[in-house]
Structure formats: structure tokens, C-alpha cells
Ligand binder design. Structure first.
Ligand SMILES: Nc1ncnc2c1ncn2[C@@H]1O[C@H](COP(=O)(O)OP(=O)(O)OP(=O)(O)O)[C@@H](O)[C@H]1O
Length: 582
């Protein structure tokens, strides 16, 4: 309910504006009324509004045509385009020009419900002498703005009546009518959007997906099929259950609140990368905010063709992400080809990436060979360890990416390529650029969307991950002692997931009974960087505090408990070491 004070403010401000317009309460002036042709034009212009509003007003006519009452619909500029009311009252209201074709903005009619509602974008009730013009004091009026689906005011519904007959419920009634019009407009808008989305889906599934594609409902019944699927599986597929599921790659598509499900089914092709059982986003474990965010970005990026650069230490899941991006992209029926750039000698990288013709160089096969880019045609090329590529190879790669074509070594003709590039590195490429080891132009071409994967030591879901890996690998009955969990939390995990998995599986085998103890975890201790210098005690303490606060997710009581110090001591040390808590 509108606050009394707010209503008062609206009316006071409106009166102030009327004086500023130079109006006088006793000098009401008639203004121009639109002719029939102009009214027709206005009705056409407001067809979206009137198509919904007029039938609704007519349906409510028993309520709106009570003695001494009149309902009117005005457009966004305050011109009345439709009225419905008690005929006798309608006649008397005409003296004030409350009629179709008249404009009721404040400038024209002083303070009135239509004008104030439009100005304030809010519903309002103007009783008797709250009207600016004296000759309108016999009226009381309630008006509510009507909003379009995108939130703009597109009109006003107004109910006016002789002030002694005017019922306070009219205010609620006007608001209900305005809301109902808004909801109906929203429904129509959603319907239009749905039709458009269907046209778009049709376009994508027929023009961009050349293999059979089906949409399935939660029970795996077909609700949509592209032309390729109809050709292959028969014309009328709608409603049928999908047989031979193993020929399809099926991905679940949940609604935002996860209570509705669709499935997208893509036919596996002979060359399909999917046959090689690539990872999908659902294989990426973890609940810590940084990995959830990375997954969110990855899923979004998968729907585009923009190059992706994945940054992360060894074993943080860069290839896992690259594969997941591929499998949830439209390129998934086509190959995913991974190239480890650091493993290929500089002299061979061009032939490896772009192929070569027979006898192109000593040791080359007679038939020649297809390069990785061509092998990935229409799919995804994953360029791992891109930071280790030589400058010469970077130049050839840049050329291929810019021109979208490759020239096999020893050949004079080039071939068009259509691949999505996902690159990954554990190096800081900006530092590499500064040191002159990496080309800035290539960096910016690869870094369309950047995904940074957190190292294990910066994640706060290690114990969850450890249990997931144990469960997933047949060690469901193993639990970890408190000390073992602490050991996992304290270790730095330079080898990240790979190291965690190795340590855990070894411990699962070594542990007697069903509990993994701290001594079962055979953690390698690599010398830390700058091992020649032992870190001062203060630094060690600072780092330990930071780590425990992070592990406790910022919960200071828990962090203090884990550190075995009081909360006061913890806060004192945080101040003393100027530790920033984020
Ligand atoms: N979030 C995760 N959930 C489940 N498994 C993971 C996750 N991250 C990594 N792994 C697993 O850890 C192993 C290493 O991952 P991956 O090879 O993708 O890492 P990488 O960053 O590409 O490593 P490198 O840089 O050494 O090539 C894989 O077996 C992968 O399945």
C-alpha cells in the first residue's frame, strides 16, 4: 500500500509544477480534442495496449459503469483513447473534457490522477479539492500506470467518479486492471519470444548441425528433430521414445531451478570425438567458489566460438576443462584434438600442426601426413603448454589463426580450416611477453575468454574432493582420520589433482582396516623455491594464519580453533601482520 506521506508528496509536487506551468486553479481552459482520424491513428499506434486493455475494461463494465462513474484508458502521453462509464456521468464529465481525444497531462489539466500517475510512474488517488482546478473538485479519481513487458509506462487506467459516490475500492480496482493488462502483455511477449526461440532452434539445428539432432523430454520422448534426424529416422518422430540411445550423445539440460529437464541428443559420427569418451562439465568436481566460477565461465564460453585461454598450474584440470568446453559446444560431434606444444621439437611443430606433403623433408613419409588442425576440422584444437612454443612456431600459428587456413609443409596450396582453439599454459604469459618469449599479438588472439583454474592449495573443498576421488575409485568404505584430513589441508600440493589422487590411492591401498591415517599419506616434499633461504618465522606464521582463515572460509572462530589460539590472539596477529582478509 502506498504510504500516505508519499501520496502527499506526489500531490504537493504536482501542484508546485502546475504553478510553474503558469496555471491558475480558477482559470480552467478547454484544450484541443483530437478529431476522429487522429483518434483512429492513435488507436492503431497503441494496438498492443488496446487489444488487451479494451476487452478487459468491457468485461469489467458492470463494475466500472456504476452510477456516477467512468473508467478511461489513456496512452503514454496522457491522451484518453477509450472510456467506459455511466452514460449520465459521461455526459457531465465531458464538460471537463474527460473524453476520448483529450489530453490529461498535468500541463493541460492541472493536478489530476492520469497526469500524476504518468509523471510519477506510480498509482495515485486524487480526492475532490486535491485536484488543481476548482471545477474538478466534485470528482475523485484513481489512476494506475500500465507497464510494458520491458518496464516502460505505456498507458494509464483511470477510474473517476462523483466524489460522494466514489468508492475507496476503486483505487485497488484501477491497480488490478493495470496489473492484469501488464501480465497479459507479458504472456504475449513470452509467447512471441518462445516462437522466436523455436525459429532460432530450427535455424541452428538445421543450418549449423549437420548430424541428426533431437530434443528429448524428461522421459526421453522426442519433442523436436532436425532435418538430418528426420531423414535418417523417419518423418514423424514427435512423441516417440528414442531407441538405440547408444548411437547418440545425450546431454541433460536442466531448467534454471532444476525442476524441468530436456535432453539434447546428437548422433555420434564415425569420427566423433565423443566416442573417445571425453570429459564433460559434470566430471569436474569441486564446490569451492573459484572452481564453480570457472565452470560457469566455461559453460558460457562453450556456447560461443571465441578462443579460450586456460591458465593454471600443472594438474589443475586444464585439459579436463578444454574437453568439457568441446563436449558442450556445437562442435562436439566433430573431433577434439590435443597437442602438447612443449613435447614437439621446434623443427617438427609446423608439420605436426599443419601437416606435410609426401617427401617434404628427410624422414617424412611418402604419403604425407595430415596435421592436427586438419584432423580437428569443424571441431576443437587444444594447444596445451602454449607458453613453451618457440617464437618461430608462434609466428606460423598466428598466421594460421588469422587467415583461417593452413599450408602443409612442402605444399604450395593452402587449405581452409574451421576449428575452435582452446589454449592452455601454466606460465604467466604477460611476463613471458615482457621477457620477449611470447608474442603479444598471439596472446591477444588466443585470449578471447580467459579461464583461470585455482591450484589445490588455494581451494577450500579439499576434503570433499578427497572423498569424491576415494568413492569414485572403489574405496567407498574408506574414511580419513582427523590427522589425515589435517595433513591434506596443510600440504601445498604442487602437483595438484594428479598428486592428490596418487597420494590418496596409495594411502587407500596401504591403510589397514577402513581408516586412512596421516602416516598412510606419503606426501613428497619438494624443496620450495628459494630453498637456500629459510623463511623468517614471522612469514611462516603469517602464511599459516592466511591459510587457516581461508580453509575456515573466513569463519574466525573456526580458524582460531584450528590454529589452537584464541580469537583475540588471531585478530591481534592479523593486525600485527597487516593480513588482508578477502
Ligand atoms: N576438478 C576436477 N575434478 C575431477 N578431476 C579433476 C579435476 N581437475 C583435475 N582432475 C583430474 O586431474 C588430472 C589432471 O587434470 P588435467 O590433465 O586436466 O590437468 P592439466 O592442468 O591439463 O595438467 P597438465 O598441465 O599437467 O597437463 C586428470 O586425471 C583430471 O581428470
Amino acid at each position: 500500500m502506498q504510504q500516505i506521506g508519499e501520496k502527499k508528496r506526489m500531490i504537493t509536487f504536482s501542484w508546485r509544477r502546475c504553478y510553474e506551468f503558469g496555471l491558475s486553479p480558477t482559470q480552467f481552459q478547454l484544450s484541443k480534442i483530437l478529431n476522429d482520424r487522429q483518434i483512429d491513428q492513435l488507436l492503431k499506434k497503441n494496438a498492443d495496449l488496446t487489444n488487451v486493455a479494451i476487452p478487459l475494461i468491457n468485461n469489467l463494465s458492470p463494475l466500472l459503469t456504476q452510477p456516477g462513474h467512468l473508467a478511461s484508458l489513456a496512452d503514454r502521453n496522457g491522451t484518453i483513447i477509450y472510456t467506459k462509464g455511466d452514460t449520465a456521468f459521461e455526459k457531465s464529465a465531458k464538460k471537463l473534457q474527460m473524453q476520448v481525444g483529450a489530453n490529461w497531462l498535468e500541463k493541460e489539466r492541472g493536478t489530476n490522477a492520469i497526469g500524476v500517475a504518468l509523471r510519477e510512474k506510480n498509482s495515485i488517488c486524487i480526492y475532490g479539492d486535491q485536484h488543481f482546478y476548482v471545477n474538478a473538485h466534485y470528482l475523485s479519481c484513481s489512476a494506475a500506470p500500465i507497464f510494458s513487458p520491458s518496464g516502460e509506462v505505456i498507458g494509464v487506467i483511470n477510474i473517476s467518479g462523483e466524489k460522494d459516490l466514489f468508492h475507496p475500492h476503486n483505487h485497488v480496482l484501477a491497480q488490478l486492471i493495470a496489473d492484469s493488462i501488464h501480465h497479459q502483455l507479458m504472456l504475449r511477449h513470452v509467447e512471441d519470444e518462445k516462437k522466436l526461440a523455436e525459429i532460432e532452434i530450427d535455424y541452428i539445428t538445421n543450418k549449423l548441425i549437420t548430424v541428426p539432432y533431437l530434443s528429448l523430454n524428461a522421459k526421453h520422448r522426442i519433442i523436436r528433430a532436425n532435418d538430418a534426424a528426420r531423414r535418417e529416422l523417419g518423418k514423424d518422430l514427435t512423441g516417440e521414445k528414442l531407441k538405440d540411445k547408444h548411437y547418440f550423445f545425450i546431454e541433460s539440460i536442466p531448467s534454471a531451478n532444476r525442476n524441468l529437464h530436456r535432453f539434447a541428443a546428437l548422433k555420434r559420427t564415425e569420427h566423433s570425438a565423443i566416442n573417445r569418451e571425453l570429459y564433460t562439465f559434470s566430471d569436474i568436481q569441486g564446490v569451492c567458489p573459484s572452481i564453480m566460477q570457472a565452470k560457469k565461465v566455461g559453460r558460457k564460453a562453450a556456447t560461443t566460438d571465441i578462443p579460450i585461454l586456460i591458465i593454471g598450474e600443472t594438474g589443475t584440470g586444464k585439459e579436463l576443462f578444454a574437453q568439457s568446453i568441446h563436449t558442450s559446444s556445437l562442435r562436439s560431434p566433430h573431433p577434439f584434438v590435443a597437442v602438447n606444444c612443449s613435447a614437439i621439437p621446434e623443427s617438427l611443430i609446423e608439420s605436426e600442426l599443419f601437416g606435410y606433403v609426401g617427401g617434404a623433408f628427410t624422414g617424412a613419409s611418402k604419403e604425407g601426413s595430415m596435421g592436427k588442425f586438419e584432423a580437428a576440422q569443424n571441431g576443437t584444437v587444444f594447444l596445451d603448454e602454449i607458453g613453451d612454443m618457440s617464437l618461430r612456431s608462434q609466428a606460423s600459428l598466428l598466421r594460421a589463426l588469422q587467415e583461417k587456413e593452413i599450408t602443409p609443409v612442402g605444399s604450395t596450396t593452402s587449405k581452409q580450416i574451421n576449428v575452435r582453439v582452446v589454449a592452455a599454459t601454466n606460465k604467466n604469459l604477460l611476463q613471458e611477453i615482457e621477457a620477449g618469449h611470447f608474442r603479444a599479438d598471439l596472446y591477444y588472439r588466443l585470449k578471447g575468454i580467459q579461464i583461470t583454474l585455482p591450484p589445490l592449495r588455494k581451494r577450500n573443498d579439499l576434503i570433499d574432493l578427497a572423498y569424491y576421488f576415494l568413492n569414485d575409485n572403489g574405496y567407498q568404505n574408506k574414511t580419513m582420520s582427523k590427522e589425515a584430513e589435517e595433513r591434506i589441508l596443510i600440504h601445498d600440493w604442487p602437483g595438484n589433482m594428479r598428486e592428490l589422487m596418487n597420494v590418496l590411492f596409495e594411502a587407500a591401498v596401504l591403510s589397514e582396516e577402513n581408516t586412512i591415517h596421516a602416516h598412510d599419506l606419503r606426501i613428497d616434499h619438494f624443496p620450495v623455491e628459494d630453498s637456500s633461504e629459510i623463511a623468517p618465522l614471522k612469514d611462516v606464521e603469517k602464511e599459516t594464519i592466511k591459510r587457516y582463515v581461508r580453509l575456515a572460509n573466513g569463519n574466525m572462530s573456526l580458524a582460531a580453533e584450528l590454529l589452537d589460539i584464541s580469537r583475540t590472539t588471531l585478530y591481534r596477529k592479523i593486525n600485527e601482520y597487516k593480513i588482508e582478509l578477502r
